[in-house]
Design a protein around this ligand. Structure first.
Ligand code: BGC
Length: 371
């Protein structure tokens, strides 16, 4: 009788033990699932800003020695751009918001960049200037839009430094050079609006980065991805002693999600000649109640390539700025006119040659506005 009782007790203890083990496993699974969900949510709602220091929990390149988890254990997710990819038997994870490959401060030498052979990183960019990481799925697809005319050397230097940075940042990118056709006065605002409009014919980009051709990034921790809000990526330029010369400066390098760029109606089309279109963008953001972010000075550093300025400054830029409220809804993306002269898929860029028209055609409109 005593022996039977003991056997019965051991069976009960064994069963209770099993039940406890199963519930512990369930709790662990639940917590892994929750953690994964949180991570996906975090990535889609802000970590991609590049200002976040999250490390990946699984590294397909290092076969996960670091944390003992296998990338293939991850459940699939469904958010566009964040889906795990399968290539053969390999399941790819999202790229890190801040990849391990980053090196921080860069040494920039314009002369060396022009004389040296192209760095290996420039070799496997596909025609049209597109690339995406091979070992993970990029958190964002970005379009770099460079308004351009007659500055091929600057473009060469920019590509020399920027392409390797983008690759280390593991973003999927396409570079658009939007070149003004002919020799009429330069209109940078129009070129940037054209870049945005044309780029959308190529891909569903998550992020648009408007980039001056003469600004070279000095720190690869300044992520070329979009935050939730527009971000001025170049607050610290050597020409201005790495300080912001005035509060409303958003020129240089500026990132936008498409909803915000559309909300401010893009750039004005009316700034002919150098300067002002970016100052107005600051006011477009304020008028549209969109908060502007800035990369911290520590990493938002750029070197400017020195050059003379062809063509004059925008003649009525200060007066024009005062008329913004009247124009915001009637001057911008929704009134953009241009002729697409040619599109060329070059080794490192999609070159868009566009005729932006003649300032003489705007003179009546400008006189009416400025009267
Ligand atoms: C111009 C801007 C320019 C800034 C920095 C200002 O005077 O209006 O267009 O970005 O200077 O060069």
């Amino acid at each position: 009788m005593v022996r039977r009782c003991t056997r019965f007790t051991s069976v009960v203890v064994f069963l209770v033990g099993c039940a406890a083990l199963v519930s512990v496993i369930n709790v662990r699974e639940l917590s892994v699932t929750l953690k994964t969900k949180l991570r996906v949510a975090k990535l889609s709602f802000g970590a991609a800003s590049g200002l976040n220091n999250e490390k990946r929990t699984c590294d397909p390149r290092s076969r996960n020695e670091r944390n003992g988890r296998n990338c293939n254990d991850k459940p699939p997710n469904v958010i566009r751009g964040l889906t795990y990819k399968s290539r053969g038997n390999v399941s790819l994870e999202l790229c890190q918001a801040v990849p391990d490959l980053l090196v921080g401060r860069l040494i920039i030498n314009f002369v060396a960049a022009l004389k040296s052979p192209p760095p290996p990183a420039l070799q496997d960019v596909s025609p049209g200037g597109t690339w995406s990481p091979k070992n993970c799925v990029a958190t964002q697809r970005i379009a770099i839009i460079i308004p351009f005319r007659d500055r091929q050397k600057h473009l060469d230097i920019l590509a020399y430094y920027l392409v390797p940075v983008l690759k280390r940042q593991e973003v999927a990118f396409r570079i658009f050079v939007v070149e003004q056709y002919g020799n009429k006065t330069f209109n940078k605002g129009r070129l940037m609006n054209i870049g945005f409009t044309e780029a959308r014919k190529y891909d569903e980009f998550d992020c648009f980065i408007f980039h001056d051709v003469d600004l070279i990034p000095e720190d690869d921790r300044n992520m070329y991805t979009c935050s939730e809000n527009p971000r001025h990526m170049s607050p610290a330029v050597d020409k201005f002693k790495y300080k912001l010369p005035y509060k409303g400066l958003v020129g240089g390098v500026l990132s936008f999600r498409s909803n915000h760029f559309t909300k401010v109606n893009g750039y004005s089309n009316l700034f002919w000649g150098w300067g002002g279109e970016d100052d107005e963008m600051y006011h477009r953001l304020t008028a549209s109640k969109i908060t502007l972010l800035r990369t911290p000075f520590e990493t938002g550093r750029y070197k400017m390539i020195k050059h003379g300025r062809k063509g004059g400054t925008s003649p009525f830029r200060w007066k024009l700025l005062k008329t913004l409220k009247k124009r915001l809804k009637k001057d911008g993306l929704n009134t953009l006119e241009y002729k697409l002269v040619e599109t060329r898929l070059e080794k490192l860029y999609t070159r868009i040659l566009a005729d932006v028209g003649d300032p003489a055609n705007d003179s009546d409109r400008l006189s009416a506005l400025l009267a």
